[in-house]
Design a protein around this ligand. Structure first.
Ligand code: 5GP
Length: 140
């Protein structure tokens, strides 16, 4: 089951929609559908690797290049000054989508963000489209 095409490969192939904030030849980034805080973004290599240790150097380099830039745009768009990046590998390490991804999670001034135990709430699609647009503009 875990080796079937993942939801992220379907997003990369345009088969299901997302609130995209960034895309290049090797990487795509879009808002998480169940965000911990407004602006919670997933940065995903297009290469369909299950876990980070299996990812090619080329995709790893591409991710490393864009993570700081996308983080800056998310901070500007949300007004957050702090954030977490988490990256889970394997079901016992909280991975639920078996295609490598980094979470960028703004820590908002009202306290929303990454908390333990994890607490998320469903995305508001209307607000999300406006937010994704402003992050895209900041990345142009
Ligand atoms: P993991 O637990 O694997 O580190 O994180 C997977 C993330 O993918 C979760 O935060 C979950 O909300 C998000 N997610 C799962 N399905 C979808 C989807 O169809 N669209 C988007 N945008 N995010 C998804």
């Amino acid at each position: 089951m875990e080796d079937d095409k993942t939801i992220f490969s379907m997003i990369i192939d345009g088969e299901i929609p997302c609130h995209k904030v960034y895309e290049d030849d090797l990487v795509i980034a879009f808002l998480d559908i169940n965000p911990f805080s407004t602006g919670h973004t997933l940065v995903v290599p297009k290469e369909a690797s299950r876990t980070l240790d299996k990812l090619s150097d080329e995709s790893s380099g591409a991710l490393g290049r864009v993570l700081p830039r996308i983080s800056r745009a998310i901070l500007s768009a949300t007004g957050a000054e702090e954030f977490n990046i988490i990256q889970n590998n394997g079901p016992n390490a909280f991975q639920s989508v078996f295609h490598v991804h980094f979470h960028i999670i703004p820590k908002l001034k009202d306290g929303r963000g990454l908390t333990f135990p994890f607490r998320s709430s469903p995305i508001n699609h209307e607000e999300a489209e406006k937010l994704a647009e402003s992050i895209r503009e900041l990345l142009d």
